[in-house]
Design a protein around this ligand. Structure first.
Ligand SMILES: *[C@@H]1O[C@H](CO)[C@@H](O)[C@H](O)[C@H]1NC(C)=O
Ligand SMILES: *[C@@H]1O[C@H](CO)[C@@H](O)[C@H](O)[C@H]1NC(C)=O
Ligand SMILES: *[C@@H]1O[C@H](CO)[C@@H](O)[C@H](O)[C@H]1NC(C)=O
Ligand SMILES: *[C@@H]1O[C@H](CO)[C@@H](O)[C@H](O)[C@H]1NC(C)=O
Length: 388
């Protein structure tokens, strides 16, 4: 058992003692789609319906297929005049019922989900290995109802999108406020099966053995961004036009592989290719969406080609966020591995969008009380990971 498993077990021991202090939800990775979801129980305590919701850092208001709610007795509509309706970005009105227009998080198509804004009670369970074991008191929760066709593109178990944006009404803010805990949440996305989604401050006690570093979060148009000063490969900074990094890097829990502007992608791929060939791999055909793939040849089954670090500001210093091994490469066949990054084109909206293949097996904390993001060392360096 590694240190984070240990840490989580100790946090869990703490939760059963101080049930109001922190909230731990299970995260499931849907393998074919690489989508990550958690389960929220909607409805009154007597008639709760479990609903699986895609984790999305870019969504402002949770929306779901309300047909999943078995009992509508505790469901309430929100009127257009209410302060809740007025403060929801993208709100609308239909015969005094508040409506919400939510851009869909996946895919390029522009269909926008419009649904009624409603309130119902939500209950969360502390989950370990997919098994709910501790229940937090039910709280009123504001979300919107979407019809079935908006679920297109979501993996079959998923019935909506859990809002985790920095806005006023994301799930984490509603819950931390209802439970009166610090406005903070953390993700430990698993590379397979089950991981963790925490709200509030985990009471780590003396057990916090995985070092964490912090950098300021920049909140812009409902997105989480971090400033990137430089990108290093094996300690050497990539030569890049500084304007490329000006906008910072966006964090995403729905983009599966980090997307880089073409020049950044090419610089990274060039360094990687050099090292891969140095250790006996041979470059082979790309494997969509990946452009750089390698036959492992005599190098053996080894994902450790190069180490990438992102240099981030921290109190006038620089901290480095380190990525290596399975966070950098992806296996596409028995003998072929690819650089797990995607070329986003010459002029994308964001030069860097950090996706889930890179975020998995780190503990990542979004602290909106200090507007900082904290990230752990790669858990793999501490012989552990995010899986339960
Ligand atoms: C719904 O949540 C409120 C607190 O927000 C609580 O007082 C109430 O008991 C809950 N109702 C049910 C039916 O669970
Ligand atoms: C979320 O809300 C912010 C304003 O708070 C807005 O700028 C942004 O476009 C919204 N995001 C989406 C996906 O609608
Ligand atoms: C990649 O190559 C550089 C330069 O030859 C070397 O310093 C570095 O250790 C290599 N990285 C790995 C992971 O072998
Ligand atoms: C870039 O942003 C514009 C305006 O927000 C949007 O319409 C467009 O779809 C975005 N492009 C990509 C590739 O995300």
């Amino acid at each position: 058992m590694g240190s984070v498993t240990h840490l989580i077990v100790s946090m869990f021991a703490a939760i059963t003692l101080m049930s109001e202090a922190q909230y731990i939800l299970g995260v499931t990775k849907d393998e074919p789609s690489k989508q990550y979801y958690t389960t929220v129980y909607i409805g009154s305590a007597a008639m709760m319906s479990p609903v699986n919701l895609l984790l999305d850092l870019g969504t402002n208001l949770t929306w779901l297929n309300c047909r999943k709610i078995k009992s509508l007795s505790s469901l309430g509509l929100i009127t257009c005049q209410s302060s809740t309706c007025k403060s929801i970005p993208g709100n609308g009105c239909d015969r005094n019922t508040c409506l919400y227009r939510q851009p869909r998080p996946l895919g390029k198509n522009t269909v926008v989900a419009t649904g009624r804004v409603v309130q119902d009670n939500a209950t969360i369970f502390t989950t370990v290995g997919g098994q709910p074991i501790h229940i937090a008191p039910s709280r009123r929760f504001t979300f919107s109802c979407a019809v079935e066709k908006y679920l297109q593109g979501l993996a079959p178990p998923i019935a909506g999108v859990l809002a985790l944006s920095p806005g006023e009404f994301p799930f984490w803010r509603q819950m931390t406020s209802a439970f009166n805990v610090i406005p903070k949440f953390s993700l430990c996305l698993p590379s397979s099966r089950y991981g963790y989604f925490f709200m509030g401050t985990p009471s780590l006690g003396g057990k916090k053995t995985v070092p964490m570093s912090s950098t300021p979060l920049k909140i812009d148009s409902g997105k989480y961004l971090i400033s990137v000063a430089s990108i290093y490969v094996d300690g050497v900074p990539l030569t890049l036009d500084p304007s490329l990094l000006e906008g910072g890097a966006q964090l995403s829990t729905v983009v599966p592989y980090t997307v880089l502007q073409t020049d950044i992608y090419n610089a990274l791929a060039q360094s990687f290719t050099l090292n891969a060939t140095n250790i006996g791999m041979t470059e082979t055909l790309g494997h969509a969406p990946f452009k750089h793939c390698f036959e492992e040849g005599a190098s053996g089954k080894n994902m450790d080609v190069s180490v990438m670090e992102i240099g981030l500001p921290a109190n006038g210093k620089e901290v480095k966020w380190r990525f290596q091994g399975a966070n950098m490469m992806v296996r596409v066949s028995e003998t072929v591995i690819c650089l797990a990054f995607v070329d986003g084109g010459k002029k994308p909206n964001e030069s860097v969008i950090i996706g889930t293949h890179q975020l998995q097996d780190y503990l990542i904390e979004f602290d909106l009380s200090t507007t900082q993001m904290a990230f752990s060392d790669p858990l793999i360096l501490h012989n552990t990971n995010c899986s339960t």
